[in-house]
Design a binder for this molecule. Sequence first.
Ligand code: SAH
Length: 373
Amino acid sequence: MSASQSKINLLDLDHRGLREFFASIGEKPFRAEQVLKWIYHHGVTEFAAMTNLSQALRARLPEIACVELPRVLREQRSADGTVKWLFGLPGGNAIETVFIPEPNRGTLCVSSQVGCALNCTFCSTATQGFNRNLGCGEIIGQVWLAAQRLGHQRNGRRLITNVVMMGMGEPMLNFDAVVGAMSLMRDDLGFGLASKRVTLSTAGFVPGIDRLRETLDVALAVSLHAPVDAIRDQLVPLNRKYPIAELLAACRRYVAGRRKRQVTFEYTLIDGVNDQPEHARKLVKLLRTVPSKLNLIPFNPFPGTEYRCSPPERIDAFQRIAMQGGLVATVRRTRGEDIDAACGQLVGKVMDRTRRQQRHLQKLAIEPAEALR
Ligand code: SAH
């Protein structure tokens, strides 16, 4: 065990947690604000350099606390400007994080777990199995490292304008760490992002949607992918536990009473599976009942999959029917294909899979037989 493992990693604490930490060691809680600014505004992780802390505190902190980040194992830059990092974690696991620059914004796609336990049949992260949840510090650490590597400046060149929890893992199944990290993304003393610029994407874990609504103001995206349970059961096995009607009811609760709030529905178009005109028409009927927008994602193939991407004309036709039906529907342009950075292509390095996956699901009271194919 390394010495730092017995110390508290300050990246694991959100604003409130940090205030409690300083109070618990007999310091004034406002030390939290000073340290947050050093870490997230100035990118400083050495206590010795935090010059507005007292000499005594600067000397004491390294003995009880640390600021420990994932290690940068690889950085790949795509011809289209997309950047993908492989971040190493203690114990030999690794996760992936992607930055997608667009003319008016820069979106960072962040992982929440090492692997994923949900076994969606069209996602390559699923083929890796599940190892463990990421800690809050490992989640916010991805944002910290990406900001540093890109030259993001809090009060100057703000390259990261949006963060989406759409990397490896199901964020709702790692609720506390994800919410802690997202609150640091939102906090003025953290990354200072507005609520609509921090998005949690879920495969449809209904209790999590209700809990999130009561916990933190962020945008919600839901991976829908099918307008009927028979198809969704095949693509997203979690649907057998939380079918479409229950999922959409939770989405309506999420937006209820909040002006301008809407849910983004992600819909991956797979050749011959969910991309027919009748599917689009059914989707229109369903989504009319939820303030929402529809994000169509052309399926990204990966080694070993039998699914194919829908042909462009069918994607166009699907979008047209959705729009004629009154939905706001966009097609997500595939980015970073040359470095395998597109949706559903993030794999990282996941050790020791099946047993942990089963245990994790059992803890959540999801029968493996139900959630796994
Ligand atoms: N587990 C969360 C976060 C992952 S988000 C969720 O399911 O929402 C990643 C998005 O990419 C999801 O909408 C997912 O369904 C989609 N996706 C996964 N594999 C894909 C693939 N091969 N091609 C296109 N989209 C994919």
